[in-house]
Design a binder for this molecule. Sequence first.
Ligand code: ADP
Ligand code: MG
Length: 669
Amino acid sequence: MAQLHDLLSTGNRSLKMYAKRLQKLDLYTFRDLLYHIPSRYEDFSLVSEIGKAQEGEIVTIKGQILEAKNEYTRSRKAIQKMIIADQTGSIALTWFNQPYIIKSVALNDSISVSGKVERFKNNLTMISPDYELASNNLIHTGRIIPIYPETAGVSSKWLRRQIALLLEEHQNMTDPLPETIKNEYGLLDLSFSLKEIHFPSSFDSVEKARHRLAFDEVFYMQLAGIERKKLWHSNKTARKLTISEKDLKAFVISLPFTLTDSQKQAVNDLTSDLSKEKPMNRLLQGDVGSGKTVIAAIGAYITAKNGLQSAIMAPTEILAKQHFATLDILLKPFEIKVGIVTSSEKMKKEDSYDVLVGTHALVSKSVVFKKLGFVVIDEQQRFGVSQRFILREKGVNPHVFTMTATPIPRTMMLTLYRELDASYLTHMPKGRKTIKTWLVSEEKRQNAYSWIEKQIQTTKSQVFIICPFIEISETMQTVKSAVKEFETLQEIFPKMKMGLLHGKLKAKEKDEALKNFRDKKYQILVATPVVEVGIDIPNATIIVIEGSERFGLAQLHQLRGRVGRGEKQSYCLLFSDAKNQKALSRLRAMENMQNGAELAEFDLTLRGPGDIFGTKQSGVRILKIASFSDFDLLQKAKNAAQSIEKTLDDFPELSKEVKSFVITPSSPD
Ligand code: ADP
Ligand code: MG
């Protein structure tokens, strides 16, 4: 489908104008347009003679235009009136504020209209029906009509016309899917499926077409994953890193805690990968607070013992600084030099570190490694493909270790990240208690405040208070802002010392606020969600989240994960002025579910898979047609991919298609 190029570079001027608007729908190429799948259909397939049309029926009728005119109301609004007739009778049609309709037709034209038949003063009529000039190729009336996801200035009607044209131009596309696979899995032909998904001959046919296109989606992803894995390993030699039992033990014993069993398993996976000649590509998945950082520290320790450098990249400056502090404490006793680079903390040329922690500033040209052997990417979902790639390229085939708290279901792992080996932290460190979570009503706000005050006094706990915004917004006066709340709370807790942390502060001010909180100089930290990922202050045991309905479940879970990081009982208080049941039941789920994976699954049923990641997964095409919960489809695609993997080169079209799914470093983030 090479000719299905960029929409912006089309010669068609009107289409070019639309190209910008289409970007809002994530449509950039003609191919995207062809794969813009209807969200639903309208059934206009019942065709009736005018004389037989019944009041209340949704029908299509064809007739000749006897009359067509604009009438104007006293307020100068135009009403479009038409009368059309066939051999059996006539019917009046009315539209509002669309004078161009009258201009686009001529008397005696034959038109086809679809809509609901109504009765007005004993005459049959249709109000605002869909219409088009009659032809053998109806696309807006007289059949099952696709309704698309739309955006400002792009209607389903417009999309229908463009897609119909495209389908006509591409009636006989080569189908990259081998016949054997189509036969074995009972799949329709590609051109036919695309035609049927947009302009179906029956609803049954829609399902078959959707099945074929969904199969494609996961099948290509699976094959692309297999290809990426081959690519990763092809001709790449990494440095084999070894560590003596004794040295490893020395480090593990120096830790302020004993490793959990799943941490030990992850360390085994890690050391085994590091000792191979092939570069490691491993993902460590573990819920918020499960203790991923120390695994990265062990990797960095082994790397340093082998005389090589490590780079550890975190998504925010706050988190980078925290990692720097943690790693420095753990590694310094072993004479391992840890450094940091962020946008506000530049590295000097002459500086050289064994372990360099940083934000995406690590990727910048000025940061050079002499012998980078180990790359860690924390909260990997926050980084784009190219950032990860560039960091890796700063060494010669370094081992790569990524970490995430995002619970990615196994089926999704196999499809999206087939090239990754995975380790899971399935258990929390010993002694952790479940975080008591309450949805607190506004009437109980004062009680909640007195309870918090008492907790601070009796158990010396520290408290996060999270507000959705930094400053009061004009349009949303009722939503708490950190700056204002910081003032209000001074009066509510006159005896408490309080800090303020939000994204608009200078790096220095942020550091100070967080440092004072960490050093227990503040009992309360009022903050925006800048604290969301990674912040680790085990003495903080209460988190209050204002306007909690504004956050997704994954984000609430991340926020809540700021507490419960030690052995003390922790609490999460959710405030919300949401009235709607759906929002409330989402928040109630927080009361009952502690586990990120469980919450993600619940969110999946509420909102669909895109949101598991909070934001769209950078650089990875998330499924548009298939669903990760369709295990049967995923399994079939997996079998099919495995059956053809070795002979892929015998199918040039398929091979080409798969390559477009293999992410290359030049692909946009
Ligand atoms: P995350 O997986 O969210 O990145 P961290 O690595 O920040 O979690 O660890 C959370 C907290 O748990 C830290 O304070 C860390 O020191 C502590 N921790 C990690 N492993 C253990 C363990 N095995 N036993 C007790 N505490 C641990
Ligand atoms: Mg972390």
